[in-house]
Design a protein around this ligand. Structure first.
Ligand SMILES: C[S@@+](CC[C@H](N)C(=O)[O-])C[C@H]1O[C@@H](n2cnc3c(N)ncnc32)[C@H](O)[C@@H]1O
Length: 360
């Protein structure tokens, strides 16, 4: 929303173009943060949320903040955010139409439930407090069954937080049932929407057709979701790096041909040197970083003179734009950005980017 004084204010529960009264509660950078008091001119894109736990205060679940907006308008807002970032770099013409999620409910294959031993829920919007839930319609059917089974165990003294400690985390995943839930255990990374992950893998397979038999480096490989695609496409030799040793151990069990793994903190200033040999030969670089992106990407590129292609899978538009700018400066051309909706009803936007440069 725009303050009459001209300042932009992020108001959870208000949508683009709406007019109303809001209270300023804080600041983030140059923008203000606010809470909605009364809505005077509602958007025509408003819909009735399908989940009774949806809301934007401490009594409601913070998991799906856009559930009050029609799905088409959510997609348009995501496309507009990307278009604005790419326009600033002068490359918006390669943006493809967003791939909507085939299912806007029942898609979420993993989640981190919270419990105080008496109730189960998610974190409330913008807080560390528990918002108890009866059910969650964005979870896959198997995860909803797991949730119900866990609720059947309440009250559960083992899930009571230690004095003043945080709520107990109950990680759930639809590859496992309730018996596998390990309270507070770290959850290995997995793309959270299986149908959309299959499309990402197909996109990657189609985008590397020319790279069979060509040396490849993959950064942020995790347990090998995309490594498997690269290996099947014949990219070799293939070096896959990630900091999570347990994920790389899982990758190792896939026994992919010509794949070597390296456990490495890729944000460490020494990481490009640690990959020097593989980078010196690499013709294709694939990366799928966390939201931070890879600020020191130029240091990897400088060690890779034979690199002619980059496939960048991104989960944050701002850090992607920063890294894209560095790639353009290094002589790469952006050929395609395919946005994809991994998490309907949230602001999250996933990007698949294809870049090329003439070999040196
Ligand atoms: C978005 S996930 C991608 C994983 C994999 N490509 C997939 O599709 O399942 C990001 C990965 O970055 C890894 N990661 C996070 N911080 C890292 C760091 N500092 N150095 C190396 N890897 C890191 C995580 O372990 C995780 O596997």
């Amino acid at each position: 929303m725009e303050h009459p004084g001209g300042q932009v204010c992020f108001v959870p529960g208000a949508w683009t173009g709406e007019r109303g009264r809001f209270r300023v509660t804080g600041h983030r950078g140059r923008a203000a943060l606010g809470s909605l008091v009364t809505l005077e001119a509602p958007s025509p894109d408003r819909v009735t949320p399908h989940c009774p736990h949806h809301g934007h205060d401490e009594a409601h679940c913070g998991g799906c903040p856009w559930q009050f907006v029609a799905y088409g308008a959510q997609l348009a807002a995501k496309e507009a955010r990307l278009h604005s970032a790419l326009s600033r770099l002068g490359v918006a013409e390669v943006q493809a139409p967003i791939w909507a999620a085939p299912e806007t409910l029942g898609y979420r294959n993993r989640a981190r439930l919270r419990s105080d031993g008496e109730r189960i829920g998610f974190l409330a919007a913008g807080s560390n407090r528990l918002a108890p839930i009866d059910d969650c319609p964005v979870l896959t059917a198997r995860n909803r069954e797991t949730l119900a089974a866990l609720q059947g165990r309440l009250p559960e003294p083992a899930w009571r937080p230690r004095r003043r400690g945080p709520l107990t985390v109950l990680p759930i995943d639809d590859e496992n049932g309730p018996e596998a839930v390990a309270p507070d255990a770290p959850q290995p990374f997995r793309q959270g929407n299986s149908a959309q992950n299959a499309r990402m893998r197909d996109w990657l397979a189609g985008s590397i057709a020319d790279y069979a038999g060509r040396p490849t480096v993959e950064l942020f490989a995790g347990s090998g979701n995309f490594t498997e695609v690269l290996a099947a496409g014949g990219c070799r030799p293939l070096l896959a790096a990630d900091s999570a040793g347990d994920a790389l151990a899982t990758l190792g069990t896939r026994a992919l041909p010509a794949v070597t793994t390296l456990a490495l903190d890729l944000f460490d200033a020494a990481a490009p040197a640690a990959l020097a040999d593989a980078l010196a030969d690499a013709e294709l670089l694939v990366l799928d970083p966390p939201r931070d992106g890879l600020r020191q990407l130029p240091a990897f590129i400088r060690r890779a003179p034979r690199l002619s292609a980059v496939r960048y899978i991104a989960c944050d538009v701002a850090t992607f734009a920063r890294d894209l700018s560095a790639l353009l400066d290094a002589g790469f051309r952006l050929e395609e950005v395919q946005p994809l909706d991994l998490f309907p009803h949230t602001p999250h936007l996933e990007l698949l980017a294809r870049l090329a440069r003439a070999p040196r």
